[in-house]
Design a protein around this ligand. Sequence first.
Ligand SMILES: C[S@@+](CC[C@H](N)C(=O)[O-])C[C@H]1O[C@@H](n2cnc3c(N)ncnc32)[C@H](O)[C@@H]1O
Length: 262
Amino acid sequence: MNPVLHELLRTGATATPSGGTVPLQGNISADEVALLLDVLGEIQPAASLEVGLAYGVSALAICSALTTPGARHIVIDPEQNAKPLWDGLGLFNLRRAGFERLISFYELPSYRALPALEAQGQRVDFAFIDGWHTFDAALLDFLYIDKMLPVGGLVVFDDADWPSIRRVLRFIVTNLPYRVHKTLPPGAAQPSSQRRVYEGGLRAAGAVLRGASRLPGLEKPIARAFGGELLGVDRAYGLAGACIALRKVGDDRRSYDHFVEF
Ligand SMILES: C[S@@+](CC[C@H](N)C(=O)[O-])C[C@H]1O[C@@H](n2cnc3c(N)ncnc32)[C@H](O)[C@@H]1O
């Protein structure tokens, strides 16, 4: 593993240029680093992109896995030089790891940087989405990344168990030519006891609703009224865990009015 990435994961802190240390915040875990290294090893991208740099843990992982000669990594984060967070420390870590030459950095919100990159004809084989976590922002990140991603490319979502991000993923797998490629191993993120009670209730309610939706004329109204969580969409499509990699399996050939309940 890259020594700077190893140091960050081992100590849970980042060095600063003045010789101090600052605790890490918002970073991906060692498990998620392993997932990124795994899928990047499979596709060996010539170009990759991530939304959300922070202290640079995911960026260090991605750069350390870029083995294709001339490969580049695009990083987008409007707050990288803000104080007290993130105070330039993500870029500092990329520099001291020797990855500066691989990076194109955009200090812009992703809703500004991504359309500009797409308009320039930028293509990427791999993308990691870990920026602003609202449903609309993450969906917009995905929309532009999808336009830059070839069939066979991968897009990974962090915090895939957040309600906002899970709904983005549900929309994608039910409406677009994407399949779940890999997730964090089940059980890696142990659900809390409250979450287990909640999921038990959902399963019971879902079983009743699935039975009812088999009655003539009820399938669509029930899907509309209760949505994917109760109807077990996640289970059916393999959406599980806190980090999910999707593979693009085809071109978008939907008609202009296509819509599948999710
Ligand atoms: C959860 S942190 C990213 C953690 C990082 N991937 C890691 O593993 O260390 C989220 C990041 O998204 C950035 N961010 C916030 N709003 C954004 C936006 N509109 N576009 C892109 N990035 C944004 C924040 O500044 C922050 O650095």
